[in-house]
Design a binder for this molecule. Structure first.
Ligand SMILES: Cc1cc2nc3c(=O)[nH]c(=O)nc-3n(C[C@H](O)[C@H](O)[C@H](O)COP(=O)(O)OP(=O)(O)OC[C@H]3O[C@@H](n4cnc5c(N)ncnc54)[C@H](O)[C@@H]3O)c2cc1C
Length: 382
């Protein structure tokens, strides 16, 4: 009998899930993917847009391309989720399914900090990275202040990579009169990956004449005076403010019965099942606690791995074949370090008593790996 799988969100996790479902299910079954955006862009490449290594159109593709694979694409806002009925309302229309996959990610909330969006630019969106590129082309003198505006943000490596790429830009243009400072709300880089990885990333940053100031929670930005004020009372003047925004749970999830006390969706950490039968959530919209006290980071590599597991288990439920798959907490990421080099961190984030992660030192090889990864991504999933 024909079944319908409804995938909410056409980002990293949603795309992987929809593709794999389509590949392994016969054409009698419907795969529907919904997104409010008409195109997908790869966030892992935004820092290259910022640095000028990519143009915006090189890192995005229309979601409508999925139609050639027989995936139905609906361009619209998910307005309501009804997990008990495995249904959603999209742009006023109710869509019911046999299996529901929620991959709606995490929303940015720059407005949580007064003055932040008016006073600075972010590399966390394609538009922001494009505007930063333009701002950098005229920037020759003064302080670039890089900021993580809250301890929880997407991709633990990204702000550190941003600092290293901006430093490489400074060297390239011989910007002797440019000073780079990185102020972070968290106490150290990539803390979830353990003290060794954190110390190694910190050493790389500090070896590049970047002023590193951990444990600095911004409380407000004064765009007129170009001053950032921190919780400890410190005020820092800047000429160019570059920030990683705070996150918030997507409104439609926050208002649904799926939201946990913290807002994010709680799932079984191995199967990504919610407490509703046939309803799965994966990627940034979930919160998976680790025994060391921090949640699993919000990173595409996890959304990707979880989507594989969810797609496999839905195929299994429909076809009655195969064994149940489990997400193992393995994750890896490139850490761009400038000058066409990158480090590479990889390991088991479900390891006890804390994640077991190794960081390989920056080299040309890992940077080439990231370039290949980007090509593979678009070839494979869009
Ligand atoms: C600058 C930067 C660099 C990064 N680099 C890396 C990296 O190198 N490696 C890595 O692993 N991760 C990286 N990440 C993190 C990675 O991009 C995210 O963790 C990943 O995209 C999460 O996947 P997801 O499917 O959960 O959510 P997303 O990819 O964010 O997809 C969510 C989708 O849901 C849609 N949506 C949301 N709400 C609605 C709604 N109400 N109606 C309709 N559609 C909706 C959105 O439009 C979006 O397309 C980076 C992030 C940033 C910002």
């Amino acid at each position: 009998m024909s079944q319908t799988v409804l995938v909410l969100g056409g980002g990293v996790g949603g795309l992987v899930a929809a593709n794999l479902l389509r590949r392994h299910l016969g054409s009698t079954h419907r795969i529907i993917l919904v997104d409010r955006e008409s195109s997908f862009s790869l966030a892992a490449s935004y820092l290259w847009v910022m640095s000028g290594a990519r143009r915006p159109e090189q890192v995005s593709r229309p979601l409508a391309r999925l139609k050639r694979k027989d995936i139905e694409v609906i361009h619209g806002e998910v307005e309501h989720i009804d997990p008990a009925q495995r249904a959603a309302v999209v742009a006023g229309v109710r869509i019911a399914a046999d299996h529901l996959v929620i991959a709606l990610g995490a929303d940015f909330n720059a407005h949580a900090v007064e003055g932040l969006s008016d006073g600075g630019l972010t590399f966390a969106t394609l538009d922001g990275a494009t505007r930063l590129r333009a701002a950098l082309s005229n920037f020759r003198k003064g302080r670039i202040l890089i900021l993580t505006a809250a301890p929880l943000y997407k991709c633990p490596a990204a702000p550190y990579e941003a600092a290293l790429l901006l430093e490489a830009h400074r060297r390239r243009i011989r910007g002797d009169q440019i000073r780079i400072d990185l102020h972070t709300a968290e106490p150290g880089p990539m803390g979830v990956a353990g003290p060794e990885v954190s110390a190694a990333v910190r050493a790389i940053v500090e070896s590049k004449s970047i002023g590193y100031h951990p444990d600095r929670q911004v409380v407000r930005v004064d765009p007129a005076e170009r001053v950032v004020e921190f919780r400890n009372g410190e005020k820092v003047q800047y000429e160019l403010l570059v920030y990683m925004p705070p996150l918030q749970v997507p409104r439609v999830v926050r208002e649904s019965i799926l939201a946990s006390a913290g807002g994010w969706i709680e799932v079984d950490r191995h199967t990504l099942q919610t407490r509703f039968s046939g309803v799965y959530a994966l990627g940034d919209v979930t919160s998976i606690p680790l025994s060391m006290g921090k949640p699993l980071p919000k990173a595409g590599v996890f959304a990707h791995g979880q989507a594989r597991v969810v797609a496999h288990n839905i195929v299994r439920a429909i076809t009655g074949t195969g064994r149940e798959a489990n997400f193992d907490g393995y994750g890896a990421c490139f850490v761009e370090a400038g000058g066409s080099t990158a480090g590479y961190g990889a390991g088991d984030f479900y390891a006890e008593p804390r994640p077991s992660v190794t960081l390989h030192r920056p080299s040309l090889l890992w940077h080439a790996g990231k370039v290949m990864f980007e090509k593979y991504w678009f070839w494979r999933w869009l």
